[in-house]
Design a protein around this ligand. Structure first.
Ligand SMILES: O=C(CO)COP(=O)(O)O
Length: 249
């Protein structure tokens, strides 16, 4: 089954204070005339989630978190639970981003546990995978990414909405992107791994591409087979740029 409705997600990462909500407001005002068959979400830092909920209220832009802890509550200083994200208004959550796998040593097992925690409270997980430049140069991109998919997805996903995001580590924030053929090849491998892990139910989940998606490359990337949307970092911080990417969908 072909995924027709694209999902365009903005990951603000550790950018944004209350004053930056003006960008979210600008985006809301301009998305009214964008064709309806595309989903749009913004994932601000946790401190802005509740305030962004108020800004987005009643509109078509969905709200997500950037991570959650795998435990429902407890002695976990500095962490945010899945339930807390829901409480603040989120309906989605990015999990296993390479910046967390890298800087915080998150393993596939931990990501899978976070996925379970997220779906337990009704959050839609966006599970990130991606190879390093070294792994790509060694010809291991598809194998690495497939193993991450199989290790990070959780059983419960076969009955829940979710997405996988393919983000080559070397393409994040660098202005570099894989060729369209390389994107198609890895997305096909991701789809196969999803089906191996979860069965045919995994056919309906979109596979997003992320890593230096910009207004000038979004249309061609979103046109690649099995690219069901985009996970956008830097270009989601400016309403004008993010809107251009949304229009490309
Ligand atoms: O990591 C990303 C989104 O999660 C991609 O970031 P950039 O779009 O800034 O490369």
């Amino acid at each position: 089954m072909k995924q027709s409705v694209k999902l365009i997600v903005g990951n603000w990462k550790m950018h944004g204070v209350a004053a930056d909500l003006v960008e979210a407001r600008a985006l809301i005002e301009s998305v009214h005339d964008v064709r309806a068959d595309c989903r749009i979400a913004l994932c601000p830092p946790a401190t802005l989630t509740d305030r962004m909920r108020q800004v987005l209220a009643g509109g078509r832009i969905e709200l997500g978190g950037q991570d959650c802890h795998q435990a429902p509550s407890g002695a976990c200083t500095g962490s945010v639970s899945a339930e807390m994200l829901v409480d603040a208004g989120a309906t989605l959550v990015i999990l296993g981003h390479s910046e967390r796998r890298g800087a915080f040593g998150e393993t596939n097992e931990e990501v899978s546990a976070k996925v379970e925690a997220a779906i337990a409270v009704g959050l839609e997980p966006i599970v990130c995978v991606g190879e390093t430049l070294e792994q790509r140069e060694a010809g291991q991109a598809a194998a690495i990414v497939s193993a991450q998919v199989e290790g990070s997805l959780a059983d419960g996903l076969s009955e829940r909405p979710f997405a996988v995001a393919y983000e080559p580590v070397w393409a994040i924030g660098t202005g570099l992107t894989p060729s369209l053929e390389q994107i198609a090849e890895v997305h096909a491998a991701v789809r196969s791994a999803m089906i191996r892990r979860l069965g045919q139910a995994a056919r309906r989940a979109p596979i997003l591409y992320g890593g230096s998606v910009k207004p000038d490359n979004a249309a061609e990337i979103l046109g690649v087979s099995e690219v069901g949307g985009a996970l956008v970092g830097g270009a989601s911080l400016k309403a004008e740029d993010f809107l251009k990417i949304i229009r490309a969908a």
